[in-house]
Design a protein. Structure first.
Length: 257
């Protein structure tokens, strides 16, 4: 009887831990740097890489997701935002990645799931929401002295826009960020506002205007998963706080490792 009682207690305990976990989808994370960053903020998270999932499991994980991170990487195919003539200024796209991130973004909008876009992630959120992109910053701004592609953690400063998520954190003061991109937001998508700009005017962060309509959609050009400072922590916790505010989806008890 003791052995049987112990099994029942462990099973209930395991079930309770399962129900307490937030499920976060990251679009692509071969180095696990995004997963490591998120887990450093909350070790109880269940993080899944969407890119490597079998296609017949994608809907299941979208339904489970409490929040989604669109990560950095390859250039967005310019045909997605109606600029096929930009292709010569772009590096090789990953059309499969574009297609699955489109699923993530559409699901996030349709079901109110928090979305965090990082570098390319910000760009594809903007592109698929009705905006477009600068295909190559050096071509568009040849006189700019801002190092948008740099190995330094303090590559350049960003200036927060008043009333933005970043302004609330900095009280309007500029922040140093890392920078590894050659594309950026050009025409801003309807429903969004600029949250920060670089000294040369390049958009460094965007956010969705209506928090009542959607709890959290934020994009940044820098890489908080590598920056690992107070700004990185603040942004990550904003996203995870939004993710933890949703009701757990039906079927969570079927989730396994």
């Amino acid at each position: 009887m003791k052995g049987l009682t112990l099994v029942v207690v462990l099973s209930c305990s395991s079930l309770m831990r399962l129900f307490s976990q937030e499920v976060i989808l990251v679009s692509k994370d071969p180095s696990r740097s995004y997963t490591t960053w998120l887990m450093s903020l909350d070790s109880t998270l269940k993080v899944r890489e969407f890119y490597t999932l079998p296609s017949d499991s994608m809907k299941h994980y979208l339904d489970l997701a409490d929040g989604m991170v669109l990560t950095g990487g390859e250039d967005v195919n310019p045909t997605l935002y109606g600029k096929p003539d930009y292709i010569d200024q772009c590096e090789a796209p990953d059309n499969f990645r574009d297609s699955i991130e489109k699923l993530m973004i559409e699901h996030g909008f349709d079901h109110g799931r928090p979305l965090l876009g990082i570098c390319r992630g910000q760009q594809i959120i903007n592109a698929l929401s009705g905006g477009n992109l600068i295909p190559d910053i050096p071509t568009r701004l040849p006189q700019s002295k801002v190092p948008h592609r740099s190995k330094q953690d303090s590559a350049h400063q960003v200036l927060p826009s008043e009333g933005s998520w970043l302004y609330e954190f900095t009280n309007g003061e500029t922040q140093w960020v890392n920078s590894r991109h050659h594309q950026a937001v050009d025409k801003l998508a309807p429903g969004f506002k600029v949250a920060a700009i670089a000294p040369d005017g390049i958009v460094e962060s965007i956010e969705y205007l209506d928090n009542n309509q959607h709890v959290f959609i934020v994009g940044v050009q820098w890489h908080p998963e590598n920056l690992r400072n107070e700004l990185s922590t603040y942004l990550g916790e904003l996203f995870l706080d939004a993710a933890s505010g949703g009701t757990k989806k039906a079927g969570m008890q079927d989730e396994t490792d």
